[in-house]
Structures are given as C-alpha cells and as structure tokens.
Design a protein around this ligand. Structure first.
Ligand code: FAD
Length: 413
C-alpha cells in the first residue's frame, strides 16, 4: 500500500465564519494541529463613521470571556462597539404597551451585552488567525446538495479533497462542520435533522437618531412581528446610532425592502412612537430568511458540528452566535483535556461535547420558538393577556435576574 504523503492532522474545520475561525484559534492554542477550509474573506472595507455594517451581534459576557482568552477582543476596533447596560422589552407598540426592564447593575454584570458589527468581529478573528500556526485552505462554498463525493469517514480518520486540484485528500482524526445553516458536512455525513422555515424574514439596517439611546436595547413584540433597536456607539454630538432587527412576514419584509432608505427610517421611527426622534439612515437594508434547525446529533464517529451547522434559532433573543461560541469553548475544553491514549476523533470523547451542549442548545431553541409562537402565531384576542404577563413579569426581580444570567452565560457550559 502506498504511504500517504499528506500529514495526518488532528482537526480539519470546514467553514471560515466567526465560529469556525474562533474554534481554529482555540484548538491551535490547545496544542492540536489544525487546518481550516473556507472561502477567503471579502477584502476589508475602510470603516468610516458614516458606514455601519447592518449585520450586528449582541455578544454575551461568556462570549466576551472566550474572545478575551483567545486574544481576539484585543484586535477588535473598540470605538465601533457599544455596551448594553439596560434592556426594555415591550409587549406591543400600542398605547397600553407594558415593558419588562432589565439592567446590568441588578444582574451583577458589567454589561448585559456588547454590540459589534459582523465585519469588525470577523476582521479581528482573521487577524488573530494570522498569529497562529494554522493551515488555511481557500475554497468556494460547496452547496450541501453536492453529496459526500470527496468526504470519506474511515474507522481511524477522515479524508476530504477540499482542493479539487490537489492530488491527495486532506487527512485528519476529526472533521468539524462549522459551515453554517446550510452545512454540507451535516448533510453529507448523515447528521441532518429537524428543520423549519419560519414564515418571517428579518429586515436589518442602521440609523442615526436625534437623541441618545442611553446604552439601552429596546424590543417591541407587536402584531406586526418583533422589532429590536440595538445601541451602536453615539456620534460626536452624542446622538444615538441604532441597529434594527425587524422580524416580519415575508410580505411585509418585501414591502419594507421596496422602500427608500429614508422611507424605511420614517416607518421605523413611527413604529417605535418616535422614541429616538427622526431617524436618518446609516446603511442600506438587508433581508434575511429565518429558520429553526436542530441537527439529528452534534457528533458522529470522527465528525462534530458547531455553530449554525448544528443548530439555528430565531434571532429575537440575539443568542445564535453566543450558542456557537459556547460550542467552541466546550469542544476546545473537551479536546484539550482528553486522556493521553485518546485521539481527538474518538466518539467517546465527542459524546462528552454533545452531552455538555444538549441542554443549553435545547433550552434556547425552545425559548425562542415558544416566544415566536406566543407573540406571532397566537390569535389577536390574547394580546391583552400578553400585556398582563409583561406587567407581572416586570415585578418578579428573581425571574428577571434568572433570565439575564441565562442569556449572559447559560448558552455556555
Ligand atoms: C437577523 C439576525 C440577527 C442575529 N443577531 C444575533 C445576535 O445579536 N447575537 C447572536 O449571538 N447571534 C445572532 N444571530 C445569529 C448568528 O448570525 C449566527 O448564529 C452566526 O452567524 C453563526 O455563525 P457560524 O460561523 O456558525 O455560521 P456562518 O456565519 O453562516 O458561517 C459559516 C461559514 O461557512 C462557510 N461555508 C459554507 N459552506 C461551506 C463549505 N461547504 N465549505 C467551507 N466553508 C463553507 C460560509 O461561507 C461561512 O463563512 C443573528 C442571526 C440573524 C439572522
């Protein structure tokens, strides 16, 4: 038999999104040999005070701890990050709207979350990657329908011909799918599970208000859908920049996307009863379809899934990425602390990771799906009950503290 010339790697990661990048850095730091396969990043655009990425994430304190540990947070442009010290969730946008108020001080946290643009986060991760000894293989995105073809699982290793021109496949003890919601690894290797397309799309865009947002995130659960305005850094005149995530029906999303940037700003300002005064657009709008997805299992022999490849949830709680970073922290810990006799693709080891992630992933999936059903799918007659429920919840300090601690760290384990 011909001896293989490609070195056997510990781990091969498919997917160069935020979760795949963070995992590659974490596993390299844990002393594993790692290769990362994915499309090359878009060349960084100069970031100006008038140009804000409409894709933003609310990162929890557990995620921040991970990014600090990986020395990624040091590379973030902090002038473009905004802390969230308080949050107000309204039962609807009408005159009887009740709110549930959360704040970092009562929860014993420095901040409830940090809001960061997608490109600021990925540029920091890409820069941190360059300091590590990680082999990076640039590929196109291979559609999940492409079949197993070039991916093969053997009892002791996996092979993947990620570069079609390469005479030999890459070989590793473990293949990790970090290739997002349409994961080819998940589909090709038989881990596909329940998938549900929500009849909602998220319209995202950024605006400059006339007043400060007071470092407060606001969210309205209305008949029209869920509208969130997240704080971005204030401008030089201390006016609040805000980032919109508006989850609405496909029809309504199409109407909103057909508007001019100024037209959308006026509709949003109206929907939030002018809380920020007149809104001025800071970006064009984007529209994203929403889904819920749970892989049949997060692991199989020599395969593991992380991030959206393993689970996708409704964005109303702003927790999908935090769950993915929770996967990263757990998998890096399990693989880094493995017994000397185990290689990192052994199923016994991978099951430790799957068991540790089962509860936080299921809890967040059920919570976001339940809220979607209660506020969007329930008949209009129960709207007054929602207001009562919000008023009651706002009185329950211990319940609010529990909810904040779940969102801050409950997504990790
Ligand atoms: C409107 C909206 C708002 C959100 N807000 C928040 C928030 O505030 N906080 C939060 O925590 N989460 C939020 N989320 C969720 C968050 O966006 C996702 O959970 C997160 O992007 C998942 O990251 P990922 O790296 O797993 O996947 P992705 O970001 O999808 O990255 C996957 C990568 O894999 C690559 N790829 C795909 N196929 C292949 C292949 N075959 N081979 C190699 N590479 C491949 C892709 O090009 C991509 O680079 C939000 C989601 C939406 C829709």
């Amino acid at each position: 038999m011909k001896a293989p010339s490609q070195r056997m790697l510990d781990v091969l990661i498919a997917g160069r999104g935020p979760v795949g990048l963070a995992l590659a850095i974490a596993l390299d730091r844990a002393g594993l040999s790692v290769a990362l396969v994915g499309p090359s990043p878009v060349a960084p655009k100069p970031q100006t005070s008038h140009d804000w990425d409409p894709r933003v994430y609310a990162l929890s304190s557990s995620t921040l701890a991970l990014l600090n540990e990986l020395h990624v947070w040091d590379l973030v442009d902090l002038d473009r990050v905004a802390p969230v010290y308080a949050m107000k969730v309204f039962s609807d946008a009408g005159a009887n709207a009740q709110s549930v108020d959360f704040n970092a001080y009562s929860a014993g946290l420095d901040a409830l979350a940090q809001i960061i643009e997608h490109r600021n986060l990925t540029q920091a991760l890409e820069r941190a990657l360059r300091f590590r000894d990680i082999r990076v293989i640039e590929s196109g995105v291979i559609e999940s329908g492409a079949g197993t073809g070039d991916m093969e699982v053997f009892p002791g290793h996996v092979e993947w011909r990620a570069e079609p021109t390469s005479p030999e496949p890459l070989r590793a003890r473990l293949l990790i799918g970090a290739d997002g919601a349409r994961s080819r690894v998940r589909v090709a290797l038989g881990l596909d599970g329940a998938q549900h397309e929500y009849d909602q799309h998220a319209v995202v865009a950024n605006f400059l208000g006339e007043h400060s947002h007071l470092d407060t995130a606001r969210q309205w659960f209305g008949d029209d859908g869920v509208l969130a305005l997240l704080p971005l850094p204030l401008d030089e005149q201390r006016r609040g920049r805000v980032s919109l995530v508006w989850s609405v029906s496909g029809e309504r999303a199409a109407e909103l996307m057909a508007l001019t940037a100024e037209g959308l700003a006026a509709i949003v300002s109206n929907a939030v009863h002018g809380q920020f005064g007149r809104l001025e657009p800071l970006s064009s709008a984007q529209c994203l379809p929403l889904m819920r997805l749970s892989a049949r299992a997060l692991v199989a022999s020599r395969v593991a899934l992380v991030g959206d490849a393993g689970h996708v949830i409704h964005p109303m709680a702003g927790q999908g990425m935090n769950l993915g970073f929770g996967d990263v922290a757990t998998l890096a810990r399990v693989l880094g602390q493995r017994e000397a006799e185990r290689d990192c693709g052994e199923i016994t080891l991978l099951r430790r990771y799957a068991r540790a992630r089962a509860e936080p992933v299921l809890a967040m999936t059920l919570a976001t799906d339940g809220l979607y059903r209660m506020f969007y799918k329930a008949p209009a007659q129960i709207a007054p009950l929602r207001n009562l429920a919000f008023r009651a919840l706002n009185q329950l300090a211990f319940a609010k503290r529990w909810m904040v601690s779940e969102a801050a760290g409950g997504t990790s384990s």
